[in-house]
Design a protein around this ligand. Structure first.
Ligand code: F6P
Length: 547
């Protein structure tokens, strides 16, 4: 297949940018009073204002043409109909089936997966209710007060992010903790103050082979047995979530205490599956289904809306515009909601593990940029850390600002102040401040003429820095579900344009393999492998001599 950057649609965008790259957003707004009203899109309770982007209507037309050249509509159909679009692993990609609340059949290899999905949901519901109402007890007959999810990557970040985001829906009598890092500190610090008699461990791993998770799970098991003095305590305190029954059994967890999911669920898209167990335990099964329902609503919008009025498509194409035509290599996600503390970290994996690829589906090396570096943290803390660079640095950083209209904690005027900051940042990034405006402001503040001349260049802002603003009425299970699905589909659309497989992750393998070799050497106390480069060998040597 021809590379996307050789197509007329791509070349038209390149030419378009060279024509419009001197037009400032201020001018676009000044010349077009209808801009903001036109450049908005609403779906599944999410309002997107994308008017503060470096685009005209013509840019959008060209971007939609690019999407059609990449056959986005056909690929979108394949996503939903169970085609094996994860081509390197020959798997369907059906996280949408996990939240298919319409319950319409979804076929994989001639088999409708919906009865399997529903059966696991029913088991989850029963188990969650038992734990939450105290019927499921530990070894000594006491109700569970603490749940520790042991997992990493997709088996950790999603549930951790959602549990934090939906904290107002949790009850204090059941606390949920997350252990992911193989650093013994993570597990030790988490279990230090826990009562083993009332602690439930969830070992969450799609493959059930991941080094970090298996190591943490073994140590947690040892701790529990040491504390309770009986091997048979394990079955009262350990459940598993996995696709691998054999490995779960080999670990010593009864398959009856395993919640299943399937190879057509990618790890970083798995929070909707049994991997969401800690979420359901934390917020209750009904709220978990609301999360699924919100995502389903976004799925329906994404599946059926024309590209021109399709929230994930618009966000995806804006991202492509910046990455490929304007040269941005990063994307910031800036939630103005403390509960969305882990949202950017979650989509760091979601986006970077999906689209951090250098070859097309056919294995041809791309000669255009693919996935950007995704990062961010909640406002207003970020404002006092890295926003300086976004405003006046030399790197273009497109930003998504996300905010709820209502706060779960309406404390005095905190929320109005928070939102005022959010809107002010996008306005400042768009408008900037001219040298003349900077001088006028300095003079008005009582600075001398000399000082004003000296300081004005430092106080001038170019502006013209692009932002999206996403508003939800309140961060509820439903709106959060829709918001997550929106970003998932955005990532999918970008992968389609770049013609990369967004659903594999071969790039994490090499480091894992080398770690296994190095571990053996560290354990033996000697550097055995003569193939190590001199730097790695010296580091190992230093560690061995100084430990
Ligand atoms: O980081 C690589 C990866 O395979 C992720 O894709 C996945 O989410 C994570 O490891 C954990 O994998 P598992 O759920 O199989 O333990």
């Amino acid at each position: 297949m021809t590379l996307i950057n050789t197509t007329p649609a791509w070349q038209a965008l390149t030419a378009h940018w060279s024509e419009m790259n001197t037009t400032h957003l201020r001018t676009l707004f000044a010349n077009d009073p209808g801009r903001a009203a036109r450049m908005t899109c609403t779906a599944a309770g999410i309002y997107l204002d994308y008017s503060k982007n470096l685009i005209t209507d013509h840019t959008l037309d060209l971007l939609f043409a690019l999407a059609r050249t990449a056959q986005l509509e056909q690929r979108r159909e394949q996503l939903f109909n169970g085609t094996a679009i994860n081509t390197t692993e020959n798997r369907a990609v059906l996280h949408t089936a996990l939240r298919n609340r319409s319950n319409t059949p979804v076929m994989v290899d001639g088999h409708d997966v919906m009865p399997d999905v529903n059966a696991v949901l029913m088991r989850l519901e029963r188990f969650v209710n038992q734990v939450r109402n105290g019927e499921w007890t530990g070894f000594t007959g006491q109700a569970i007060t603490d749940v520790v999810n042991i997992g990493i990557g997709g088996s950790n970040l999603g549930p951790k992010m959602v549990c934090q985001a939906l904290k107002p829906y949790q009850r204090p009598s059941l606390r949920v903790h997350f252990v992911s890092n193989i650093d013994g500190t993570h597990l030790s610090e988490t279990i230090r103050d826990l009562n083993p008699k009332t602690t439930l461990f969830i070992v969450a791993s799609k493959t059930f082979t991941t080094l970090e998770t298996m190591t943490n799970a073994q140590s947690a098991r040892r701790w529990l047995i040491d504390q309770l003095g009986d091997d048979s305590a394990v079955r009262h305190h350990f459940v598993a979530v996995s696709t691998n029954t054999e490995k779960v059994t080999a670990f010593g967890i009864d398959p009856a205490q395993m919640f299943e999911f399937w190879d057509w669920v990618g790890g970083r898209y798995s929070l909707w599956s049994a991997i969401g167990l800690p979420i359901a335990l934390a917020i209750g099964y009904d709220n978990f289904t609301e999360l699924l329902a919100g995502a389903h609503e976004m799925d329906q919008h994404f599946h059926s809306a024309p590209l021109e009025n399709n929230l994930p498509v618009i966000m995806a194409l804006l991202g492509v515009w910046y990455v490929n035509f304007i040269g941005a290599s990063t994307q910031a996600i800036l939630p103005y909601d403390q509960y969305l503390e882990h949202f950017a970290a979650y989509f760091q994996q979601g986006d970077m593990e999906s689209n951090g690829k250098h070859v097309t589906h056919d294995g041809e090396r791309v000669n255009y940029a693919t996935g950007p570096i995704v990062w961010g943290q909640p406002g207003t803390d970020g404002q006092h850390a890295f926003y300086q660079l976004i405003h006046q640095g030399t790197t273009l950083i497109p930003c998504d600002f996300i905010a709820p209209v209502q706060s779960h904690n309406p404390l005095g005027d905190h929320h109005a102040k928070l939102i005022a900051n959010c809107f002010a940042q996008t306005e400042a990034l768009m408008r900037g401040r001219t040298l003349e405006e900077a001088e006028a402001a300095l003079l008005a503040a009582g600075r001398s003429e000399v000082d004003t001349k000296r300081l004005a260049p430092h106080c001038q802002f170019d502006g013209n820095r692009p932002t999206n603003t996403l508003l939800v009425n309140e961060v509820t299970p439903r709106t959060l579900g829709a918001l997550i699905a929106l970003y998932e589909h955005k990532i999918f659309c970008q992968g389609v344009v770049w013609n990369v497989n967004s659903f594999d992750q071969w790039g994490v393998e090499l480091g894992k393999q080398l770690a296994t070799i190095i571990l053996k050497e560290l354990e033996s106390g000697r550097v055995l492998n003569t193939e190590h480069d001199s730097s790695t060998a010296a580091l190992m040597d230093y560690f061995l001599k100084n430990r």
